[in-house]
Design a protein around this ligand. Structure first.
Ligand code: SAM
Length: 177
């Protein structure tokens, strides 16, 4: 399954930590790219360094506005999954979403324009209580990939963690330093 993420909505106060975490979750949970309307260049740099150290080719792309990318992806055969507390229950739609081949997942920041609800193929609620785009995204990505995202390799990593019961075991690839 090919997965990309778009973060929309204008925030009153820029929250770089949340933005960074949305990008980190997208990367670590198997998405290929995140599109954002507002990026502090430091966030791009943080993710570039993470890719260098821990592998993979995750990309952050700056977009002027969310609508053209959502429309283009729809034309390219992506199904649009908009995460919203008002949406259908994740437990009831996850099976159907799992069968899709290409997904563009839309998460909000502050106010989400009404139009996105109509453009979306799925409006999905991770519970019907307000929480956070970071948690909603992580849970959706886990449910639709059934945990398999954690079996994927991140190619060309300088460092690779060998999971252990106690302590830390990190394999260092000298040729990449
Ligand atoms: N008050 C905003 C609104 O109504 O548009 C939502 C702000 S919330 C902090 C930011 C984003 O987190 C939402 O746009 C949505 O993508 C996601 N989110 C929060 N709670 C959610 C839930 N229960 N289910 C799915 N997504 C959720």
């Amino acid at each position: 399954m090919e997965i990309e993420v778009v973060r929309i909505g204008q925030r009153l106060v820029r929250d770089d930590r949340v933005t960074t975490h949305v990008a980190l979750v997208s990367r670590a949970f198997g998405a290929k790219t995140i599109f954002m309307t507002e990026i502090n260049p430091e966030i791009k740099d943080t993710l570039r360094k993470i890719n260098e150290t821990w592998g993979g080719n995750f990309e952050i792309e700056f977009i002027e506005s969310w609508k053209p990318i959502v429309k283009k992806k729809k034309e390219d055969g992506f199904k649009i999954v908009h995460l919203s507390m008002y949406g259908e229950k994740i437990n009831e739609v996850q099976e159907k979403i799992r069968k899709e081949e290409k997904l563009l997942i839309v998460v909000g920041a502050e106010k989400v324009p009404r139009e996105i609800y109509e453009l979306a193929d799925y409006n999905v609620g991770v519970g019907s209580q307000p929480h956070s785009e970071i948690s909603a995204l992580a849970i959706l990505l886990d449910r639709i990939q059934d945990g398999q995202q954690f079996e994927k390799e991140f190619p060309n990593a300088k460092r690779k963690i060998i999971p252990t019961k106690t302590g830390k075991n990190v394999q260092v690839n000298e040729t990449r330093d």
